[in-house]
Design a protein around this ligand. Structure first.
Ligand code: MN
Length: 239
């Protein structure tokens, strides 16, 4: 049996037209599911629930999890900050559900891969904080919202020596894509395992569980190193 990998979807809405107002719609870039399939896992989408226990029950059905990203920001009060001028739109229902799912997964020691906003949520769950806007708050940082197609790399990252990420990738430097304006400021109980040349935290990990967060989108990059991250998640999720 293939390991079941739960994936949290984004939420958007259908196009409205006269007499048919827009309706909420779950959305998931196919690349996430394709990367899980290509790594030997069976992807399942996890629709949100406001129920207290449903997230933990969903996690119990899964062997591993991918917390995805999206064009939204995590509410700053979740990491003890006030909203700054450059804070983007938020998706509070989504974040609340993902927090519960992530919490349940860490409690149950299930492997987790947090991608982009999913990495930021992992940091917050572990007691960390975020930069609300890198260019505004980090002097000397470059634009991490690349203008190129996100299927092309935008900047290099340095992989820190002795980390689980280094063991997975087998390299010390990697070219990654970059589609974020926020970043992890303090990783909380996680440790930093990759940084960009302008010293932005680009990956974090929990040494004890398989809990890895990457600020880039490995599922959109075709090279084997990037698929290795999904392969590691699926392999750690085997029962
Ligand atoms: Mn970046």
């Amino acid at each position: 049996m293939r390991p079941i990998i739960g994936i949290t979807p984004d939420v958007g809405e259908t196009a409205g037209r006269p007499g048919r107002p827009p309706m909420p719609r779950y959305e998931l870039k196919q690349a996430y599911a394709d990367a899980v399939l290509a790594s030997g896992g069976l992807p399942v989408v996890l629709p949100y629930s406001e129920d207290e226990t449903a997230p933990a029950e969903a996690v119990a059905l899964c062997d591993g999890l991918v917390i995805t990203g999206g064009a939204f920001d995590i509410p700053p009060e979740l990491y003890g900050a006030k909203a700054g001028d450059r804070l983007g739109p938020m998706k509070r229902g989504r974040t609340a559900y993902e927090q519960r799912v992530l919490h349940a997964a860490l409690q149950a020691n299930k492997p987790v891969l947090g991608v982009c906003g999913g990495m930021q949520l992992l940091a917050v769950e572990l007691g960390g904080t975020l930069w609300q806007d890198i260019r505004d708050e980090v002097p000397g940082s470059f634009d991490h919202e690349q203008k190129l197609d996100p299927r092309e790399p935008g900047h290099p990252v340095k992989i820190l020596e002795g980390t689980a990420l280094e063991a997975i990738l087998g390299v010390r430097e990697l070219q990654v894509n970059s589609t974020h304006h926020q970043a992890v400021r303090d990783p909380g109980r996680a440790r930093v395992c990759a940084i960009s040349p302008d010293l932005i935290i680009e990956a974090i990990e929990l040494p004890d569980n398989f809990a890895l967060g990457v600020q880039w989108h490995p599922e959109l990059l075709a090279s084997l190193e990037h698929l290795a991250l999904y392969r590691a998640l699926v392999d750690k999720s085997r029962r």
